[in-house]
Design a protein around this ligand. Structure first.
Ligand SMILES: Cc1cc2nc3c(=O)[nH]c(=O)nc-3n(C[C@H](O)[C@H](O)[C@H](O)COP(=O)(O)O)c2cc1C
Ligand SMILES: Nc1ncnc2c1ncn2[C@@H]1O[C@H](COP(=O)(O)OP(=O)(O)O)[C@@H](O)[C@H]1O
Length: 366
């Protein structure tokens, strides 16, 4: 069990159901990206929403809460607090079945940070293995949700599937959980309204799977460099978070020092090329607030200097201090151009100067 905390708030992260905070209100899913559709699924289990549901649920809930708090000392009633819990699978089920490592929009640390900012108290990573994948929907509900998680409330997306061969649907979950008096909220799939209102006049052709807000639609947008769309679907900027490591020390010789980022191995990278970015610099002092800066980023192999490996590097505007070992959170704003092989360092330098001018304009009006 890990307690990852920041700014005084923390998320309990458990890699099994042992020793977790119970009872729980559970949002179930993979939640890669924690996009706006995911947030709608998580929202009903947050403490405020739980209170509201309790108020709205009249007699039924009055009876339930008196059952929970009757004859309890304040400490005991605190123990009975329902803990908002996101339950997900590790590894990603697709990785388990294909054996192929899967790049993620939000590797663990980023997912925890997003959940923390939403007010989620606990993240349980169910080890996705042969045993878990073989559980029937009935057993999943009885053993995992009821017995181990002591679940009192559940929220899932409309397309949620669970149990052996993904046999159980969200409706099945509702029916099975009802036998244990556990209410299940089924959240409708969200669509990208921007595309519906701007792209097409024929509404029937646009109300397709293509407009569903999903992790794969965000991945596609990032792959094509459509950062505006990815950010819209995420409800926040797509970010690359890493620690600054040394590079070839060439940047400073052309007047554009670049902080090279070491990213988690499983981080999903957007299209290679140059971007306008906003950057949060976290100093090593955990109590200090991050500083916000603007800059340009290149993702690629640096063919001009015969680079062999892919790198992610950021040049910050109006900055000249050392950044080695610091944590940067780079927020992508706009894709500017693909990476190119220039005939000389001088030609590369001229192009980077132009990139900076364009990026400054974009970021100023952002
Ligand atoms: C805004 C920006 C654009 C870049 N564009 C290219 C490019 O088109 N082609 C290329 O080979 N390298 C490009 N680079 C990478 C440079 O080659 C790299 O920053 C330089 O070699 C310094 O590397 P170092 O940090 O290892 O010293 C770009 C870097 C930045 C910051
Ligand atoms: N404006 C800036 N943007 C990015 N890094 C900067 C800047 N000014 C100073 N630095 C520092 O210089 C380093 C980059 O210089 P560079 O010559 O490109 O070396 P390296 O190849 O090690 O990245 C960064 O890691 C950081 O410590």
């Amino acid at each position: 069990m890990l307690n990852l905390s920041q700014n005084g708030c923390s998320v309990w992260v458990a890699s099994s159901t042992e020793g977790i905070l119970t009872p729980t209100a559970v949002a179930l899913g993979k939640f890669d990206g924690v996009h706006i559709g995911h947030k709608r699924v998580i929202q009903p289990i947050l403490p405020l929403a739980q209170d509201q549901e309790r108020r709205e649920d009249g007699d039924n809930l009055a009876e339930k809460s008196s059952r929970q708090t009757a004859n309890l000392t304040p400490l005991e009633s605190q123990k009975e607090r329902i803990h908002s819990t996101v339950v997900t699978f590790d590894p990603h089920p697709q990785e388990f079945f294909t054996g192929q490592p899967r790049a993620l929009l939000t590797p663990l640390d980023e997912k925890v940070e997003q959940l923390r900012s939403l007010g989620v108290e606990q993240l349980v990573l169910l080890p996705f293995d042969k045993d878990l994948s073989a559980l029937s929907p009935q057993d999943f509900v009885a053993k995992i949700l009821v017995q181990q998680l002591q679940c009192q409330q559940i929220s899932v997306g409309e397309d949620f599937c669970f149990g052996k061969k993904r046999m159980g649907t969200a409706q099945d979950l509702q029916t099975l959980a009802a036998k244990f008096n556990i209410p299940v909220t089924i959240v409708p799939i969200q669509t990208d309204i921007h595309d519906l209102s701007t792209n097409n006049s024929d509404i029937n052709t646009t109300l397709t799977e293509d407009n569903r807000i999903s992790t794969s639609l965000i991945r596609q947008s990032l792959e094509t460099g459509d950062i505006e769309k990815a950010n819209r679907l995420l409800g926040r900027p797509y970010t690359l978070t890493g620690v600054v490591i040394p590079g070839q020390k060439l940047g400073r010789t052309i007047g554009f020092p670049t902080a090279n980022l070491q990213l988690p191995k499983d981080k999903f990278l957007p299209r290679q090329g140059v971007y306008a970015v906003q950057v949060l610099i976290h100093s090593q002092n955990p109590d200090a607030s991050p500083t916000q800066n603007l800059g340009v980023m290149n993702i690629g192999n640096r063919p001009t200097v015969n680079g062999t490996n892919s790198s992610v590097e950021v040049h910050l505007f109006d900055w000249s201090d050392d950044l080695y070992s610091q944590k940067l959170v780079v927020q992508l704003v706009k894709f500017l151009r693909p990476e190119q092989k220039f005939p000389s360092l001088e030609a590369l330098k001229t192009q980077i100067q132009l990139d900076c001018t364009i990026a400054r304009e974009i970021l100023a009006s952002h």
